[in-house]
Every structure is written in structure tokens, then in C-alpha cells.
Design a protein around this ligand. Structure first.
Ligand code: ADP
Ligand code: DP6
Ligand code: CO
Length: 323
């Protein structure tokens, strides 16, 4: 029996990935850019065990059923095709982030699983190549291989659609999360983006403007221009959410409290804080701000939303092997 255990952090996109050009290979419609978060992560152990009849998957201490286990098997098969090592695996994973709530559990999940399988199978791909493998578990996982600001370059094929670190984000940056609802969403990211691609008339302009947003945000990062960084982040995120209202049937991940949090962040700006919001496929709000302001911002948001957890995160690093 051989085993390996790895840790990966979640990442929150500032320029979003929302839609696939090739759903089988997980090639995205546009390149995206994210910030890796220290406070939210997944730890996953893979044991290769010749005595097992088939793969086993345990998530947060619960044995998973056929549908979830098949997803894991399909992903591990990518590594098996490459290495020729077909031994069944016992996969044990713990999320230190709510699962399927729009807080990017699929990103840390597949980055951690891929990193552990890369080690235990002896494949030992370099991080860039590994990012092309984990992409096929969940697109957002591509970016979780690295820390700081990370770009997922959409590329043209399986081999060149990968992540690169743009900047280690070691300047005065944090993200504050306001948890509005950490329950499991009813429309997964995968379903939501496909419905949008297939039916929303706003989709074409989303793709078009995401390309210029990416150029502009990379310039802002180079200049360490926080205001530009925040304004582009806010605009890009809301444009993505706008595409969903154009879908048929229309849908949204926003809840009433979400809207109140967005207003509270605008109010923080009026009070002089550089704070900007973004949201993923879920009702929770992430606030991009200076680390040096983050405790004050946390206090003010706690005051306004006493029933909602408000969590500060520093910038996170890339995948780590734990054993
Ligand atoms: P999220 O916003 O959390 O990323 P998604 O809809 O993108 O939501 O993905 C959630 C799915 O990711 C889960 O339903 C499950 O299939 C998978 N997932 C989450 N955590 C893990 C984990 N630790 N290991 C393997 N798969 C996971
Ligand atoms: C809104 O990576 O979860 O968080 O590739 O189908 O697994 P699949 O979807 P996923 O989608 C993430 C969507 C997003 C934006 C982003 O992270 O870029
Ligand atoms: Co996800």
C-alpha cells in the first residue's frame, strides 16, 4: 500500500470563469484570474490498495455514494491513463470550507486530490502540468495549484490550458467573507454556467468584456493599483451574475441578505475604506480589502450582520504535500 496526503487552498476569481468551450476537456470560454485564500482549504489523502475492489471516497467523515465516487474515479482515471498504475484508491478528504456553497470547495478539492494522486502514483508532474490535470476535475481547481494572484490561461487545447502565478500578492491584501448561507446550492456551478452559455443573450458580451477586464486587472496588479484592482473585480463579478438573469429559465444565486451586504460594502467605501465585493456561484459575499483594514471591516460587517459569520482570510499559497 502506498499513500500521499496533500493540502490545497480555495481561490476566489476576480475575473471569473463562467462557461466552457469544451465541457469534456474543461476548456473555458475565457481566461480568468484569482486570489488564493489561506483561510479555506481541503486536505485529501489517497491510499492505493490492491485489496480494494473499487475506489472508495470518504468526504468529511461520510462514505460517499455511487455518484460522488464515480466523479472521483473518472478524475483518477486521467492519472491512471498516464502512469499505467491501475490500483484502486481509498480517498479520504476533509473540507475546511463549506461544501458546494459558492465558496469554491471544488477548487481546493480537486487541486488537493490531484496533488496527492500525482505523488502516490509516481507521476510527479510539475505544477504547471499538474494544473492541466486538476482542471478536468473542476475548472476553478486549475488556479488552486498556485498561491497569490493566479491566471488560468484558457489556451487552445488540453496541454496549454493551465495556470500561472502572476504575482505573489504579498502586498497589503486580504479577503473578508460574509457567509450569507453555507447550505448546498440547488444549481451547481457546472449546471449554472452551461445554462447561461446555452440560453443567455448577454453571454457573448460577457466573454468579450472579460478579455479586456483581464488585460486591465493585470496592469492594475503590476502597478499595485488597489482601486483599479477593486473596481475591475466588482464590475466583472456583477457582469457574470447579470448573465444569469438573462438565462432561460432565469436564475440567480443572490439572496435578500446578499443585496444588503453589497450595499454595506459600498457604505464602507463612503467611509473611506478601499473595499470591493465579488461573489461566486452562491449567495456569499467576498470583500477584497487591505489586510491592515480587515479587522475594522470585519467589526463593521459583524455589527451590521450579527447573525452572519464574517471571516478574514490572508493570501494563501499553492499546493502542499503533507505526507
Ligand atoms: P463550490 O462553490 O463549493 O465549488 P461546486 O458546485 O463547484 O461548488 O462544486 C461542489 C462539488 O465539488 C461537490 O458537490 C462535490 O462533488 C465536489 N467536492 C467538494 N468538495 C470535495 C472534496 N473535498 N473532494 C472531492 N470532491 C469535492
Ligand atoms: C463562479 O470550477 O466550480 O466560481 O469547472 O464545472 O467544476 P466546474 O465549475 P467551477 O466553476 C467556478 C465558477 C465561479 C467562478 C470562478 O471560480 O472562476
Ligand atoms: Co466550484
Amino acid at each position: 500500500m502506498k499513500s500521499a496526503k496533500a493540502k490545497a487552498h480555495t481561490n476566489i476569481a476576480l475575473i471569473k470563469y463562467w462557461g466552457k468551450k469544451d465541457p469534456k476537456l474543461f476548456l473555458p470560454m475565457n481566461s480568468s484570474l484569482s486570489l488564493t485564500l489561506d483561510a479555506f482549504y481541503t486536505e485529501t489523502e489517497v491510499i492505493l490498495d490492491g485489496n480494494l475492489e473499487m475506489d472508495q471516497f470518504i468526504l468529511n467523515d461520510e462514505i460517499q455514494g455511487e455518484a460522488e465516487t464515480t466523479k472521483i474515479s473518472n478524475f483518477l482515471n486521467l492519472f491512471r491513463q498516464e502512469t499505467g498504475i491501475l490500483t484502486p484508491a481509498k480517498v479520504t478528504s476533509q473540507n475546511f470550507v463549506p461544501t458546494a456553497a459558492g465558496l469554491a470547495s471544488s477548487a481546493s478539492a480537486f487541486a488537493a486530490l490531484g496533488a496527492a494522486m500525482n505523488e502516490v502514483s509516481g507521476m510527479k508532474a510539475d505544477p504547471t502540468t499538474l494544473s492541466t490535470f486538476v482542471r478536468r476535475g473542476s475548472g476553478s481547481a486549475t488556479r488552486s495549484v498556485f498561491g497569490g494572484f493566479v491566471e488560468w490561461q484558457m489556451g487552445t487545447c488540453n496541454e496549454d490550458s493551465h495556470a500561472i502565478q502572476i504575482d505573489d500578492a504579498s502586498w497589503d491584501i486580504a479577503m473578508v467573507t460574509v457567509a450569507v448561507n453555507t447550505g448546498k446550492k440547488t444549481i451547481s456551478s457546472r449546471q449554472g454556467m452551461q445554462l447561461t452559455v446555452d440560453t443567455s443573450p448577454f453571454y457573448a458580451s460577457w466573454v468579450e468584456t472579460a478579455a479586456t477586464d483581464l488585460v486591465d486587472i493585470k496592469q492594475a496588479i503590476r502597478n499595485q493599483d488597489f482601486q483599479q484592482l477593486g473596481e475591475i473585480t466588482e464590475s466583472n463579478g456583477m457582469k457574470m451574475h447579470g448573465t444569469m438573469l438573462g438565462a432561460r429559465p432565469p436564475f440567480t444565486y443572490m439572496e435578500p441578505t446578499t443585496i444588503d451586504v453589497l450595499a454595506a460594502v459600498r457604505q464602507l467605501r463612503q467611509q473611506g475604506f478601499e473595499a470591493y465585493y465579488t461573489m461566486d456561484a452562491g449567495p456569499n459575499v467576498k470583500v477584497l480589502c487591505h489586510l491592515s483594514d480587515s479587522e475594522k471591516i470585519q467589526m463593521k460587517l459583524k455589527e451590521a450582520f450579527p447573525n452572519n459569520p464574517v471571516i478574514i482570510s490572508k493570501v494563501g499559497g499553492g499546493i502542499e504535500l503533507l505526507s
